[in-house]
Design a protein around this ligand. Structure first.
Ligand code: B12
Ligand code: SF4
Ligand code: SF4
Length: 369
């Protein structure tokens, strides 16, 4: 591999890229790809800065590292001329009035524990699954474009993935802060690849594309001339439904209050005085996505879309466990069951703590699955 500083740029056009992606993506299983020219002044840079300055990042230290790189990756990587954004769906959407406990807070006691886990975390780990597919796309593109270099990452790089996904035409940014595709909803993982490609005919840097370069489903029947930042209109369902009031129309999400932070990221779990608000949620939270009409619509039309990558479906071995087992799970069993899944992130202590809390919130821990 070349030293990154020595990487020269190569050129192609958006149309040629579309054709190649059309050949490559179906076998790689990638569902959406778009691109953004670099350098690019991020339209929401100020919102991001204010979010950090006001402490809404929930003490997640990795978010304040490399701030310059986060808003302009070309400062560290001057060779980078564009960023590819790719996506995998992990769910068909959420049914209206979703009965799943994972999106309903306190839920029937007998619901299986896996339904208390956010949908994104019920199967294989996207850090491996999506990355593998992205690397396949990159490898196949490199064969078609001599001299192309690209470095793919999902979640782990210092990139504002939702912002790039919006700029690349993959969807709009909802009041629940998620990237929402008009037909596929928000149940998708995002990944990016920094490249040395100069891509002709992309929108000017900082202007969002109206559609992606590759898609399994068109966003809109008749794309508008300018891509919308947000298609929520007057809807505030996600803000109203959030059990901890973590969402605010003008300030975005307060990660200090988000159940996802409490149950996944914070070593100590939910603050004791608010722990009851976690209800029956064991790992992560889907409420602000489950109530979203775009996800309800995606679910209704799911048969028209390609099936979700089966690596993200619940693993059979998960059915061996009960909530009570999880409260007492040994470190070895935790490793055996969750090593290759997103649940790995909360460590065995986190799982034991979450399971105990859920059993308590459900009323003494009798008979819950
Ligand atoms: C830190 C983090 C979290 C934190 C903080 C979340 C947050 N909203 O910032 C916590 C632990 C709470 C979290 C929770 C979840 N996360 Co998370 N998370 C991240 C991570 C690693 C960084 C996000 C970040 O930089 N946040 C800073 C904020 C300010 O940036 P942002 O949310 O990206 O918003 C940008 C734009 O929306 C824009 N913007 C436009 N209008 C407005 C308006 C305002 C007021 C603001 C503030 C910003 C804004 O500005 C921002 C900067 O460009 C990303 C991966 C990545 N590298 O991007 C995944 C990521 C955002 N998470 C993801 C997922 C799936 C989730 C959960 C659904 C998991 C779950 N079920 O529990 C929840 C959803 C919570 C929510 N409603 O946002 C996906 C989202 C996919 C999608 N379709 O949007 C990502 C992209 C991971 C991935 N690679 O797929 N997450
Ligand atoms: S994930 Fe749950 S707690 Fe976090 S903002 Fe959405 S509804 Fe609120
Ligand atoms: S629930 Fe309503 S306000 Fe929230 S993201 Fe969906 S459409 Fe937008």
């Amino acid at each position: 591999m070349k030293k990154r500083d020595d990487i020269a740029s190569v050129g192609t056009s958006a149309d040629r890229l579309k054709t190649w992606l059309g050949e490559i993506c179906p076998s790689a299983g990638i569902e959406l790809v778009g691109a953004v020219s670099l350098p690019c002044r991020l339209p929401h840079r100020r919102q991001w800065e204010q979010w950090i300055e006001s402490g809404r990042y929930g003490g997640l230290k990795y978010l304040v590292r490399e701030p310059d790189n986060r808003v302009d990756p070309t400062l560290r990587n001057p060779w980078a001329k564009s960023i590819l954004v790719m996506a995998h769906r992990y769910t068909e959407g959420w049914p209206s009035g979703d009965p799943a406990p994972s999106s309903g807070g306190i839920a029937p006691e007998q619901s299986p524990w896996i339904e208390r886990v956010s949908r994104y975390a019920r199967g294989g780990d996207y850090h491996h699954v999506l990355l593998k597919s992205m690397k396949q796309v990159v490898r196949d593109l490199k064969e078609k474009i001599p001299g192309m270099e690209a470095f793919a990452s999902t979640d782990t790089g210092p990139y504002l993935e939702r912002e790039y996904a919006w700029l690349a035409g993959l969807g709009f940014l909802g009041h629940n802060q998620c990237l929402i595709h008009e037909k596929l909803g928000s149940g998708m993982f995002l990944g990016v690849a920094l490249t040395n490609l100069i891509i002709e005919d992309l929108p000017n840097a900082g202007t969002p594309a109206v559609d992606s370069l590759y898609t399994t489903t068109k966003r809109l029947r008749r794309p508008p001339k300018i891509a919308p930042v947000n298609l929520c209109g007057s809807c505030t369902r996600c803000i109203d439904a959030c059990p901890t009031n973590a969402l605010d129309l003008s300030k975005g999400l307060d990660a200090n209050l988000c159940l996802s932070t409490w149950s996944i990221e914070w070593q100590g779990g939910a603050p004791p005085e608010s722990a009851h608000l976690q209800g029956g949620l064991l790992f992560g939270c889907d409420i602000c996505q489950a109530v979203c009409p775009w996800n309800n619509r995606a679910q209704q039309h799911s048969q028209k879309n390609s099936p979700v990558n089966e690596s993200y479906l619940a693993l059979p071995s998960h059915h061996e466990l009960s909530l009570q087992d999880l409260e007492n799970i040994s470190d070895d069993d935790f490793r055996r069951h969750f090593r290759q899944t997103p649940i790995w992130r909360c460590h065995p202590e986190g799982m034991r703590r979450n399971a105990a809390l859920v059993r308590k919130n459900l009323g003494g821990g009798r008979n819950n699955g």
